[in-house]
Write a protein that binds this ligand. Structure first.
Ligand SMILES: NC(=O)c1ccc[n+]([C@@H]2O[C@H](COP(=O)([O-])OP(=O)(O)OC[C@H]3O[C@@H](n4cnc5c(N)ncnc54)[C@H](OP(=O)(O)O)[C@@H]3O)[C@@H](O)[C@H]2O)c1
Length: 235
């Protein structure tokens, strides 16, 4: 059922499951045009069934944000489009305790969560309309000030999101004159493959909250780090 029609073009990365798929569903139900970016078509059964329901509004594109060849290929597919909202959602989280840290783990996490977001943003920024929004899905773990659960092995992940926050803040300044809003947005703790069953929010609950925050954003919010409730988080 379409609750409130929105005539917007939205792009979501990491769209085949979890929060990414939740965003796709949410915006399709609002009547938006959605470009869902996934890295493996064989792992997107649900997205394929959504496509049957929303043929005219859903476009599926292949994108692995950690691979420059994929980014280059993708940029050619979308170069003629203009977007209202782009959601940098793709992310990975690997838990590794002090004593078993490896450079591979740190590199893999940074390649997707930080470098991938920066390089993807570089491609997509010229395609965002004035007053459009670039949403970087961050995490409370990215807050150095909050320093959530330092005893657990989510160090590489937390560092990657802290770096993503820094990137968001810096990018926000660079795009100020273009009147684009760049934001670091924490989704809360959500029941996805990454968040696990213990998490406090269902995907639908989280996406509903995030959808409201995103809708209400104005140029005054450029460069902020917000929670799923729209509250400012400490860096
Ligand atoms: N769930 C939480 O509690 C929570 C809390 C704070 C922040 N977050 C953030 O929210 C975002 C979504 O998380 P989630 O919970 O929905 O995680 P998820 O269920 O594990 O889904 C992650 C998504 O990212 C995609 N992805 C991973 N690496 C990618 C790459 N290199 N290129 C393109 N896509 C890639 C995955 O695709 P494949 O299916 O191909 O692997 C999948 O679609 C992430 O940025 C995460 O850090 C989540």
């Amino acid at each position: 059922m379409i609750s409130q029609e929105l005539d917007l073009k939205i792009l979501v990365t990491g769209a085949n499951r979890g929060l990414g798929l939740g965003f796709v569903n949410y915006y399709l139900n609002k009547g938006c045009q959605v470009i869902a970016c996934i890295r493996n078509i064989d792992k997107s059964l649900y997205l394929n069934s959504l496509f049957k329901l929303h043929k005219d509004n859903l476009q599926i594109e292949i994108l692995d944000v950690s691979k420059e060849t994929s980014l280059t290929h993708f940029s050619k597919k979308v170069e003629s489009l203009k977007f209202d909202i782009v959601i940098n959602n793709a992310g990975i989280c690997i838990e590794q305790n002090l004593g078993s840290w490896s450079s591979n783990t740190f590199e893999d996490i940074f390649k997707t969560n930080t470098i991938g977001v920066a390089l993807f943003s570089q491609i997509i920024l010229p395609l965002i309309k004035p007053h459009g929004k670039l949403i970087n899905i961050s995490s409370g773990l990215g807050s150095i000030a909050l320093n959530i659960n330092p005893e657990i092995g989510l160090d590489a992940y937390a560092m990657s999101k802290a770096a993503l926050n820094s990137f968001s803040r810096r990018l926000a300044n660079k795009v100020q004159s273009k009147k684009i809003i760049v934001l670091a947005l924490s989704p809360g703790w959500v029941k996805t493959d990454m968040g696990g069953e213990e998490a406090t929010l269902t995907i639908d609950e989280a996406i509903f909250k995030l959808g409201i925050v995103i809708e209400k954003l104005t140029l005054k919010d450029n460069g902020k780090f917000l929670s799923e409730n729209g509250e400012e988080l400490p860096w």
